[in-house]
Design a protein around this ligand. Sequence first.
Ligand code: MRU
Length: 370
Amino acid sequence: MADHDANAVPVLRWEEPPEGPVLVLLDQTRLPQEESAYVCTDVPALVGAIRELKVRGAPLLGVVGAYGVALAAARGYDVQDAAEHLAGARPTAVNLGTGVRRAQAAYQRALADGAQAEQAAARALAEARAVHREEVAAGTAMGEHGWALLRELLPGGGLRLLTHCNTGTLVSGGDGTALAVVKAAHRAGELRRLWVDETRPLLQGSRLTAWEAARDGMAYTVLPDNAAGSLFAAGEVDAVVVGADRIAADGSVANKIGSYPLAVLARYHHVPFVVVAPLSTVDLRTADGAGIEVEQRGGHEVTELAPGVPVAPLGAQAYNPAFDVTPAELVTAVVTEAGAVSPVTATGLAELCSRAGTTASSTGDGMMNA
Ligand code: MRU
């Protein structure tokens, strides 16, 4: 799936020039100004790209984690060391560790079966491609399930949907997660407006979601995050659709900082708050929201608009968690590729995972230190 058709957004591709294999990323920090490629020839470069959010979004982190292991294997680096560094690059999205472990497990299984290092590297690459294919397919299915759910919840059509952060093509190469549902509504001619939270401090909404909405010809409006309340009060929001970085067994949802206040607003205003995420984001091994590690990022992201452009006094301290956790009781539904859970309960989530034949995010567990 790394080698898509020419019209697709080139979020990531694997290339094999004579100097050795490379992973080519669309540098998301440069959007919307320019579509520039960032070429990773080694794992430290990829780990840096993940930390700087050149590549981001839960499903894509799983995909690049897997490709990172394949890159280490193909270039003859220490695969276990690479896997540990990759999996530890960011803590909240469960997909990252799962993608890494899947490729690592494929590599180690091949070696255990007597394969040469080169063949084992090819198996790791095949697994990375499988992770990528699955996330693209999940996006298509989530779009269908989520749109069916919205039609049921809001039969009138002509929807005004509010979203936060970026959850579209840029997070998988396919339709994405929450934005897949928005795209389905748009294709059906039923999207009246997409409200795009700018998503401070790194502006994934205004830089990335608005860029995707414009490419797709949607009617969209960017708003500062703190304007959402007045939109709800004016009756301008029919539903909120967001993604997730990790969903705990009790249905608590970790997603981009600012999601939780939207869920509170939605509840107060009797508006559905719908979370759209692949099963690879459901982490049944984490019992509840308190068990989810929330990434804390550097204060400069808050105190500077860009490097060298301060918006706070020199030396100001800043609070900059990258995610917040929304309790299940505020979530109307969790939509996955295998269908929706509503109301969101531990039992409902566990049953969905078991029906789908997955233990959600447990694949390859234990391989990191094998
Ligand atoms: O810090 P980011 O940009 O990686 O955060 C991304 C999000 O919070 C998305 O909403 C989440 O990954 C779900 S997208 C599939």
